[in-house]
Design a protein around this ligand. Sequence first.
Ligand code: GLV
Ligand code: MN
Ligand code: MN
Length: 403
Amino acid sequence: MKELKEWFDALSEIGVAAEGGYYRGSYTPEETEMYRLVAGWMEEAGLTVRRDAAGNLWGKVDGRNPEALPIVTGSHIDSVRNGGNYDGIFGVLGSLMAVKEILKKQGQPKTTMEVVAFTGEEGSRFSIGLMGSHAVAGSLDKATFREKTDVNGVTIAEAMAEVGLDAEQVDEAVRDKVGAYLEMHIEQGPVLEKAGIPVGVVDSIVGTQQFRVTMSGEAGHAGTVPMADRRDPMVYAARAIARFPEIAKNSGDGVITVGRIWTKPDAENVIPGEVCFTVDLRHPVEEIKQEMAAAVKRVCEEEAAPGGREITWIPYPNNLATEMTPELKTMLMEACEELGYPCRLMPSGAGHDTLNMAKLGPVGMLFIPCLGGRSHCPEEYASIEDMEKGVRVLETCLNRLAY
Ligand code: GLV
Ligand code: MN
Ligand code: MN
């Protein structure tokens, strides 16, 4: 897999962040450069390349049977801020490698195969996770593209225009059904590495709900307003957030994260008038996830109550907890057995584009180990040997599905 390593090395030059790791936000020059390279490698592999109306990149090889629904494989190209070079990228490059290898060995498939590199899975620029695949599944309102902005106030539509895309045409990215979607990914946790198991077959992907919460109070001078007279939303927010771990604990397998918090006006010597924070909550069972969301709201309302001040909620798209298709789980496990790789069934606590592709057809996912279970950080790393095993498993499944 010398070539796979060369592809990783080439991408490792792009989007290097000054504070460590990488940043490849949607519709940035860095993402454009990544797409340029990946498109070139797709063409070398014999694929016909197109960029869809939302900016996702697709490489396709036509099958002999035009009636059969295409087999799609891939992942995302974007990254979180200060993230690594493997989250998403392994699924894109590994899938391309598997398709390239199988085309070399077996020539034209019976069923069309496609490799996809989605944009905006992380939501790190526009706070909409799985954005590119939502566009493909038709589960994102067009108004969102006109209204949502990045931290600099640039709307998604404006950012798209910078790279030659028209947000008004985004509906054209919606796809028909697919025959199957298979995604490879680094595990992003420590389970496989600790157990010394090279492949995880995903059983289900956790559901995620995110909100932006704004708690309002009364802005004032940090030195002159007596503590007893304050309506300080930072205190309300802190009390509410401190109760979230209890909500997560009571839910069983749920998790809650407040990853961003900011104030208005954002100054050392001003009691904030407003505190905004994000809530990311996840649970493998949809109903329990909804109960957690209700509990988070209740707690925020209770803690804000002394000031009687207002709370506003902006929900982001709700990603439903999703089971992987049983036949594809079995196929992935049988492929591991054939290749002599121990594997284990496991849940995914991270969201993936597979959640949206499940709206278009059967889905399967496999994980490979990553060093120390670290991800979404500059230390993220997966070895070429582990990646190669994933590629071989995928190739075996593509052989069954498309030949
Ligand atoms: C994506 O990495 C997510 O799970 O938020
Ligand atoms: Mn990620
Ligand atoms: Mn990812």
